[in-house]
Write a protein that binds this ligand. Structure first.
Ligand code: VGL
Ligand code: ZN
Length: 216
């Protein structure tokens, strides 16, 4: 925890709310433990930001990240895909289904952009910036740069996958990057949370509580 960092959100700051979708919430296909606990802090946080971007996991039927697409594999197994090792998941966030919808409890009418990701059938995309092949861009870095943002604040689901990868790519793209811990929850499969924390720290992403955001 970086206890020093405080943010008074202004014109150079954007909040990225990651994957607060029905399938990641209680009762969903890939429910994150305690996932609905992020909604109240995110709603509160979002009121402190003029600029908010949402991400939406958005897979076609038969996506390569689904265990069901690989004979003899089960959810949370891994598979070797053309870009490397991929964790396999239950079918989730299928395009156009209720599970893929952003939670109706999220109260951010002023969100300015919804960036969809994971729509290429053969490539997963935890990050809102770059797909898992680490080459295919969603265009988000260009968008944020063109808007003139300098600081990126990330929160949502899941801390150890899509929030972490989004924050890591934001840092790599040159944004001063924060991750709000109490407005995020983790899946924590096979040590993924400890690994994410180590990667975030190494990349200089500041892990802070929402009490460090002035006005939230
Ligand atoms: C996510 C696993 C698969 C996430 C998305 O939002 O963290 N995790 N797809
Ligand atoms: Zn996914």
């Amino acid at each position: 925890m970086d206890e020093q960092a405080t943010i008074r959100p202004g014109e150079g700051d954007v909040l990225i709310v990651v994957d607060v979708q029905n399938d990641f919430l209680p009762g969903g296909a890939l429910a994150v433990p305690d996932g609905d606990a992020v909604i109240a802090p995110i709603n509160r946080l979002s009121r402190a930001f003029r600029h908010v971007v949402l991400t939406q996991d958005w897979h076609p039927v038969g996506h390569a990240s689904f265990a069901s697409s690989h004979p003899a594999k089960a959810p949370f197994d891994t598979a070797e895909l053309h870009y490397g090792t991929q964790v396999l998941w239950p079918d989730h966030c299928v395009q156009g289904t209720p599970g893929a919808e952003i939670s109706r409890d999220l109260d951010i009418p002023h969100a300015q952009l919804v960036i969809r990701k994971g729509y290429n059938g053969g490539i997963d995309s935890y990050s809102g910036f770059k797909e898992a092949d680490r080459r295919t861009s969603t265009g988000l870095a260009g968008y944020l740069t063109e808007r003139g943002f300098r600081r990126v604040v990330c929160a949502g689901l899941a801390l150890d996958f899509c929030v972490a990868w989004t924050a890591l790519d934001a840092a790599e793209a040159g944004f001063e990057t924060y991750l709000i811990e109490d407005a995020s929850r983790a899946i924590d499969a096979n040590g993924s949370l400890a690994k994410a924390r180590a990667d975030l720290e190494a990349a200089g992403v500041r892990m802070i509580g929402s009490n460090r955001i002035v006005g939230a």
